[in-house]
Design a protein around this ligand. Structure first.
Ligand code: SD4
Length: 326
């Protein structure tokens, strides 16, 4: 399935006028509520198992929040996935450091960054959201909190990841790489049968990064943003670029102004390219994925490598190639 066609501003205004007449008087949302295709789960890259875990929750009338957490835990536990959780490639000092965040339909959110020794940062992020008055814990503090919540401490560096790091050490070239064929940070968005929209994002970040480097993935507004009245967006790729334009938040705000998720993702990528210039941007792999509260999906990336996995009542875990600028 191709992403839905871009709705022009004029079409949107027409639609808004129409929708305004059918909106409930109690509704405070300016967003046009058209027919919703739900439940729906969408995740970055080829992640059918993650979508299946999330789908199990929403198909049983469960909460989108549980769905995105369960979905994110799948690649976190998979040692073959070298950019998320257990088996994630380490930083240049050989340490696996993880980042994650989660956000619900009421904009409650939790995040952890630079966490070592815990396989499921997404669940720690959820605990930060639900059990502390804070949004984000990092490093040792996040690890202490995880221990206090009963999370199990484990070694996350697999033999394969250690081997890759030792290979990298031979030249120790500091180019925290973002090989398009070799990354699959998961951002996962779900709209449940009750119309609740939630998202999660989890990663081990860029391979062989500086010790202490944190990317976009745990930053609310950069790697993930959800507004339960409008839509949600998530990102993958060179995190510094998404942070620079507050990418996921920008997409949701563009959707609030009437752009489709597709048009909003395209505008965010173009904004980033305008700032960087085409020459430099060609080297940057960045992709956005968005879901509106109406169940429309959009995706767009700088280069032609991005794909995402979509699950709806009619489509079980379809992997779809995103359109791209280059
Ligand atoms: C980061 N955005 O840490 C992440 C990396 C990524 O697939 O998406 N990898 O910058």
């Amino acid at each position: 399935m191709k992403p839905s066609a871009t709705t022009s501003r004029r079409e949107f205004l027409k639609l808004s006028a129409l929708s305004a007449t059918v909106l409930s008087v109690n509704s405070v949302s300016a967003f046009p509520l058209t027919k919703t295709n739900k439940p729906i789960v969408v995740s970055t890259w080829r992640n059918p198992d993650a979508n299946a875990a999330a789908w199990k929750v929403v198909a049983a009338n469960g909460r989108a929040l549980d769905a995105v957490e369960q979905g994110a835990r799948v690649p976190e536990a998979n040692p073959k996935d070298t950019s998320v959780g257990y088996g994630g490639l380490p930083d240049r000092d050989g340490c696996v450091t993880l980042d994650a965040c989660i956000m619900d339909e009421k904009s409650n959110c939790g995040a952890v960054a630079f966490v070592q020794g815990y396989k499921h940062p997404i669940s720690i992020a959820r605990a930060v959201m639900e059990k502390t008055p804070h949004v984000m814990l990092v490093g040792k503090g996040a690890e202490q909190f995880a221990a206090s919540q009963g999370f199990k401490k484990e070694n996350l560096l697999t033999r394969e990841s250690e081997k890759a790091w030792k290979e990298w050490l031979k030249k120790s070239e500091y180019k925290p790489y973002h090989n398009p064929g070799q990354h699959d940070t998961i951002g996962i968005l779900a709209l449940d049968a009750n119309g609740k929209l939630c998202g999660a994002c989890t990663t081990s970040g860029m391979a062989f990064k500086m010790h202490g480097r944190v990317g976009d993935s745990p930053i609310i507004g950069a790697g993930l943003y959800v507004d339960g009245e409008v839509g949600a967006a998530t990102a993958t790729g060179v995190g510094e670029e998404m942070i620079r334009i507050a990418g996921s938040n920008s997409i949701v705000e563009l959707m609030r102004q009437g752009l489709t998720p597709q048009a909003a993702c395209e505008e965010a990528i173009k904004r980033l390219i305008r700032k960087r210039g085409e020459e430099k941007a060609k080297e940057l792999s960045v992709a956005f994925l968005a879901l509106s509260v109406n169940g429309e999906v959009g995706a767009y990336s700088t280069n032609d490598v991005f794909e995402y996995t979509l699950t709806t009542p009619d489509q079980m875990h379809s992997v779809i190639r995103s359109e791209s600028y280059f």
